[in-house]
Design a protein around this ligand. Structure first.
Ligand SMILES: *Cc1c(COP(=O)(O)O)cnc(C)c1O
Length: 836
């Protein structure tokens, strides 16, 4: 039996030296006594002590990458949905036992400390969480990588529900410091805005001098990310905005004390908040400034690092891969051109070659309203030199298209970087596509639809550039840490190999019929449901029966994600129970959690409806033991980690064709929830592996949705066919669910009766039928658990490690390093291994 031979920390750390290190941090770094320290102080002390165990390795990893000439990945993302890091670090270093033993005599538990860590929510949802999973995955696979983003003072707003309505409050994750980060004030890049650019010679393609009207500094803060088994590490480098001058001393001395610091406050507002409201022009401009700020800082930083080793930028594409996470960093295309041409004397054609071969772009949405574009006038004002470069790129691009597709003006207009209708705008997705060598969709269906819709014409112009790489999730976080009991059960059943090779989960499949395993899986689920029920009892005062079916719909609140469809079905179920209370109803708890964008009032109305329904159902003595509706406020990574292991049913019911991939669907299935869902995003690929008979799929396919849209069918015809839905909508419209404001939900009902853009009416009956099929299967617990085991066994492919391996092969051209995989048992107490 081999054991792990990597420079592992595990063997070398004994609990008493770790305990001493923690107490030393508490005393000498934090100035607290172990008698009076808060959980948060213990968390910081522990994090600092743990951090010491990997800093050497982090520095060594970076140096190694640098000396070996390995290609580096730079992952540019305006969002990183990090969550808490303590358990990540401890688990990936294999220190869980040691930390537990170290803490025990001190009277603190790892669990209490874990909860004292703020949840870093520097993102909105799936896209940001993907970036976080990818950084951990690259660390686990040994791919040298940096994640670049913004160190927002305030991450995603804190959601507070008052009287059923969402209110937003600023989030303050840095209020008590951040023990994971290293401030690097000496790593600071100047970022210019505004002013004018003048050519230095006669050649319009040649270098220009850009004199920005103002400059702000981007200062680096590094968070090391530990990979699985501590094999390798990556760096999350977040930029904070700092004014070059702390105050205007002259103004201050003349008595203008506020004016003297206003300038600084304005410049530093760049890294103040995640996603500043974009309803005003000022808000939109701030968002553009954020995008340029971090893209420029990232490029200056990676170029500086490249030039320390290599003579010039011609080797950049061989040594560097830049991945743009959506179009938010797309300005990097123009910025890399500018840096090459204006700063490093590269000729235009060479610069273009370098840019395209270095950059790749991931598309995350087909929704037309989510495709970014910036008014030309705003670009000219904020980034005058970049606007020039974009015009030049476009002129050459269109010239090429005109030559290859003569007399096709429609095509030329469609692939142009500038949108000419009404206000002239720069299409950022086009810029990212044209400026990259690969553009990828995030699931097979999404990639197909990309080629058919938004990028149809670009795909003709540059065939082969679009590839598909289905998203994945970190199994370390979403199984090993979030669901320890399930991970141990799997290990006892099939051995530990799945911890290093997710596909090894397939060994569970033949065991799905094993009654003993079914019972064990059910027992683990029950335990997780009890833990969630305890938490909700404590935090919300609701009482849940862990024997009920936990039906979970957790994600951003959005019309296309169709929380409203679920709520309509909830009302219909309520009506059905009322009509026949004695029937054998399966007790259900409908759990919702999610945030609505601050300006998205329809989504906020849907949240309010969940609360109106929840209240009425809870007050009804006939129904309340059979149906409950719970809304958990302030959805974030930590809440997801609590709810997902406790879910029986996973709601993935987006209008087909609208969810690019989804990753919540993967997390839930991996934890043994059965999916009720549409054939959308990565759910399609999940079904291919899990088998549709182990899921509850329903509704129109993406093609059927498109066909229906073309026919302008609308909701009314479908409602006429479904008395059940008709009654629900009538009651809603009449105010039966909002007696205090009978008109409250009329707009929602009207849009279903009208265009029904999200196909709620069209899908209602098949959704209802799928829900009843779920009830039926639930009554046969053996069959339900068998399906749950089959779900888990099929999820290996959805590991982020597989996604990253695909990026390495199809996009970055990076060979995966061979990492030692332990042949047998990792260094932890032996568990009975059942050789399957
Ligand atoms: C995984 C995750 C998401 C994405 O969920 P989807 O169901 O794919 O939309 C959003 N927010 C958080 C906190 C997550 O962990």
């Amino acid at each position: 039996m081999d054991t792990l031979t990597t420079p592992a920390t595990t063997a070398s750390i004994d609990p008493s030296s770790l305990r001493a290190a923690i107490v030393r941090k508490l005393t000498y770094d934090l100035g607290r006594s172990s008698q009076s320290a808060s959980d948060h102080a213990w968390f910081v002390a522990t994090a600092l002590a743990i951090r010491e165990r990997f800093v050497d390795r982090w520095i060594a990893t970076n140096r190694l990458a640098y000396e070996s000439g390995a290609k580096q990945v730079y992952y540019l993302s305006l969002e990183f949905m990090i969550g808490r890091l303590l358990r990540d670090s401890i688990d990936n270093l294999g220190l869980t036992e040691a930390v537990n033993d170290a803490l025990a005599p001190l009277g603190v538990t790892l669990e209490r400390m874990r909860q004292a860590e703020p949840d870093a929510a520097l993102g909105n949802g799936g896209l940001g969480r993907l970036a976080a999973c990818f950084l951990e995955s690259m660390a686990s696979l040994g791919i040298p990588a940096f994640g670049y983003g913004i160190r927002y003072d305030h991450g995603l707003f804190r959601q507070v529900i008052a009287d059923g309505w969402q209110h937003e409050y600023p989030e303050d994750w840095l209020a008590c410091g951040n023990p994971w980060e290293f401030a690097k004030p000496e790593i600071a890049h100047e970022i210019g805005f505004g002013g004018a650019a003048v050519p230095l010679g006669a050649d319009p393609l040649g270098p220009h001098r850009w004199q920005p009207a103002e400059t702000v500094l981007a200062v680096a803060y590094d968070t090391p990310i530990v990979g699985w088994r501590g094999r390798s590490m990556t760096t999350l480098r977040l930029w904070s905005a700092r004014a070059p001058d702390p105050l205007l001393l002259e103004a201050f001395n003349k008595g203008d004390h506020v004016g003297a610091i206003a300038h600084r406050a304005r410049l530093e507002s760049i890294s103040k908040v995640l996603y500043p409201g974009d309803e005003t022009t000022a808000g939109q401009e701030l968002r553009l400034r954020q995008q340029y700020f971090f893209a420029s800082a990232a490029l200056q930083d990676l170029i500086r690092r490249h030039l320390r080793v290599y003579q010039d930028l011609s080797s950049l594409p061989d040594k560097v891969a830049i991945q743009l996470n959506d179009t938010h960093p797309a300005i990097a295309v123009a910025e890399l051109m500018r840096l090459c041409i204006d700063q490093h004397g590269v000729a235009w054609d060479d610069a273009w070659d370098i840019t395209r071969r270095t950059i790749a772009y991931t598309n995350h949405t087909l929704l037309p309203e989510a495709l970014e574009s910036w008014p030309v006038w705003m670009m000219e004002k904020v980034l005058p030199r970049h606007m020039q470069i974009i015009y030049l790129i476009n002129a050459r691009h269109l010239e090429d298209v005109r030559t290859r597709f003569p007399k096709d003006d429609r095509l030329v207009a469609s692939v142009s970087l500038i949108h000419e209708n009404m206000e002239r705008r720069v299409r950022m997705a086009h810029l990212a596509f044209i400026g990259s060598h690969r553009t990828n969709g995030v699931s097979a269906l999404h990639t197909e639809l990309l080629k058919r819709t938004v990028f149809h014409d670009l795909d003709r112009v540059a065939p082969g550039r679009i590839v598909g790489i289905t998203n994945g999730i970190s199994f370390r976080r979403w199984l090993f840490q979030a669901n320890r009991p399930l991970a141990s059960l799997i290990e006892q059943t099939i051995g530990p190999r799945f911890r290093d090779d997710a596909e090894a989960l397939a060994a569970l499949r033949p065991r799905a019929d094993d009654a003993g395993l079914q019972a064990a899986v059910a027992a683990v689920k029950r335990r997780n449901k009890q833990a969630l029920a305890d938490m909700l009892k404590r935090d919300l005062g609701v009482r849940l029966d862990p024997g009920a079916l936990f039906d979970v719909h957790i994600k951003r609140i959005h019309e296309y994600k169709r929380q409203l469809l679920n709520l309509l079905e909830t009302i219909a179920l309520y009506d059905a129970i009322k009509a026949d209370p004695g029937a054998a109803w399966v007790p259900r708890v409908k759990i919702f959690s999610g945030k609505a964008a601050a300006s998205y009032w329809r989504a906020k109305l849907i949240i309010r409806l969940a609360h109106d329904i929840g209240r009425k159902v809870a007050e009804d003595p006939v129904v309340r033991d059979l149906l409950k509706v719970v809304f958990i406020p302030n959805y974030n990574v930590s809440i997801a980690e609590m709810v997902i292991p406790a879910a029986d049913l996973s709601e993935q019911i987006s209008t087909a064709g609208m969810e690019a991939s989804g990753t919540g669907n993967m997390k839930l299935a991996l934890n043994g929830a059965l999916t009720i869902g549409t054939r959308d995003g990565a759910t399609v690929e999940m079904a291919e592996r899990i088998g549709e008979e182990n899921m509850f799929l329903f509704g129109l396919s993406a093609e059927e949705v498109t066909a229906r849209r073309a026919q302008w069918v609308g909701g009314a015809a479908e409602i006429a066919k479904s008395p059940r839905l008709g009654a629900v909508l009538e009651a809603l419209a009449a105010g039966a669910w909002s007696p205090d404001d009978p008109a409250r939900y009329r707009v929602l009902v009207d849009s279903i009766r009208g265009e029904d853009r999200f196909m709620l009416a069209a899908d209602f009956e098949s959704y209802w039928a799928a829900q009843r099929a779920a009830d039926a299967l639930w009554r046969d617990q053996a069959a339900w658990q068998r399906a749950a085991i089959r779900n888990i066994s099929a999820m290996g492919w959805f590991s982020a490690d597989r996604s990253i391996a695909e990026y390495a092969a199809k996009v970055w051209d990076i060979p995966l390093p061979r990492l030692p995989v332990p042949a047998a048992e990792p260094p932890r107490p032996a568990v009975p291994v059942d050789a399957a």
